[in-house]
Design a protein around this ligand. Sequence first.
Ligand SMILES: [Zn+2]
Length: 258
Amino acid sequence: MDKFDSFNFNKYWGPNEYRSRVVFARGSDMQCVYCGETASTREHCPSRVFLSKPFPPNLPTVPACERCNNGFSSDELYTKAFIEVYKYHYLFNSEPRNSERREVKDAQQKFEEFVNSGKIHFDDRISRILIKLAICHITFELTTGFHTDSWDGIPEYVSYTFRPYMQADDIDSWDDFIPINDTIFPIIGSRVINQIYVLELKMLTEDNTEIYEPFAVMNWIDVQDNNYRYICWLDGKNINVKIVIDEFMYAEVVFKGK
Ligand SMILES: [Zn+2]
């Protein structure tokens, strides 16, 4: 199965009249942000499996149907376990303690294959979860004031890497603020507008006078220190999402507008 198959992008990002369906509200016409069916549950975004106790208060939620709400749990556990197994191996060069959970065993086995082959594998279970997480973040952050009323784009790609594969420079550039400019500008009313900061750039004029040039940037949303952060923005017609889990997995999902 293609990793995008389980999502219904047309229902989610269809014409303007569907827009209200993705904004969470108690009511009978809520629709699942993943498949478009009637939503009967609220889902935490990100799922708590990626966080530690005590959980942060006021975690974002999105409407989801029961099937989707339960349908991702196993792959989410697996994704989290894979990151932990790898991180444990990287930090201590040993195996974490055994778990009887099937997902943890699967992740350990997958990690062994990955170490033996010596290259980053691409895992559909992990990419499915990254797409799912990206969808819930952009639904929550960008929906109100979504500036392309009839966005009918397609998912473009999902990519991820792990800290051991990254140089310090890569990590720095990953963490760069997203500058706000003509093409990247959140609409007033969307939640993500709260993430805008104004920085001042110190510059010297020809006669050595210091001037300060303000510019706006968008910051990362820190769900829980060291465990989970993300940032999402519209860039022209594309929607970009970056997610960092455990400060160890660095993922990017791009949905491309037509
Ligand atoms: Zn659903």
